[in-house]
Design a protein around this ligand. Structure first.
Ligand code: ADP
Length: 259
């Protein structure tokens, strides 16, 4: 890969073109998905159960492959046949899974956050800087020496975000980031996510959270992109929401949403 031209606009963080995929049992999950996310954008990925959201996310770092179409991350093609580039893709795509306990397995928070960058070969002061920086960004530096299992669920989710930030990813992919959080933890995480200078793709059923965090939303439904619009505009389209089994909480007024 050649370096980017000086002065040329950066490649989009994510480019998905014509992505189609059927599982080995024949279930067609994606039917030609196109999605471009520019560097620095925050995009919500909405859609009913079974829409293909997880299938799409699992293509972003090459866990699933073998269908049609292509995925590029910061200009680099996801090529599951090329182990070296796949390693770089997995650094660039930081997926925060719904259950933080799938991501935290070391005796201390510090070791969990250091795990990824240490695997990249970082050591000493540079590794320490990465860990401190990632933990500071999620407000968890004070917990560096604690065992993750002694933290609250909301704190563990923030540490899970830090494990991914420590890789300095091109795009942060969050799977239901507000699930199982109490209102204070939900708000704290929103403030943290808003403060990060990183591209975000957020899979969520929490439409107010999408409105608060993501200026743009995409509805995936039946394996295709059914809408791609400013979030506020999309959430005000009652017919569109109903057609894709999306529901605003009672009393929520999308026209008053900040973004
Ligand atoms: P979402 O994340 O939007 O709920 P998924 O990507 O999980 O949707 O699922 C998309 C479609 O693929 C659904 O029809 C689902 O039943 C099917 N599917 C998901 N995982 C598998 C699998 N391992 N084998 C076969 N079909 C699957």
């Amino acid at each position: 890969m050649t370096g980017p031209d000086r002065g040329a606009p950066p490649a989009p963080s994510l480019e998905v073109k014509g992505l189609a995929y059927a599982y080995p049992d024949g279930t067609q999950a994606l039917y030609g998905v196109d999605l471009t996310v520019a560097r620095g954008e925050r995009v919500a990925l909405l859609g009913p159960n079974g829409a293909g959201k997880t299938t799409l996310v699992l293509h972003l770092n090459g866990i699933l492959h073998g269908g049609l179409g292509e995925v590029r991350v910061g200009g680099l093609a996801v090529d599951p046949g090329d182990r070296k580039s796949l390693r770089e893709i997995r650094r660039r795509v930081g997926i925060v899974f719904q259950d933080p306990d799938d991501q935290l397995f070391m005796p201390t928070v510090r070791e969990d956050v250091a795990f990824g960058p240490a695997n990249l070969g970082l050591r000493g002061a540079e590794l320490d800087r990465r860990v401190r920086d990632a933990l500071s960004r999620v407000g968890m530096l004070d917990a560096a020496d604690r065992p993750p299992q002694h933290l609250s669920f909301g704190q563990r989710r923030r540490v899970a975000v830090a494990t991914v930030l420590a890789m300095e990813p091109e795009i942060l992919v969050l799977d239901e980031p507000s699930s199982n959080l109490d209102p204070a933890s939900r708000r704290e995480l929103a403030e943290i996510l808003l403060s990060l200078d990183v591209t975000v793709l957020m899979v969520t059923h929490d439409l107010p959270y999408a409105a608060e965090l993501c200026p743009r939303s995409v509805i995936l439904s039946g394996g295709v992109v059914a809408a791609d619009r400013p979030t506020r505009d999309l959430l005000m389209d009652a017919e569109l929401l109903a057609a894709h089994r999306l529901e605003l909480p009672f009393g929520f007024d999308p026209s008053a949403a900040v973004r």
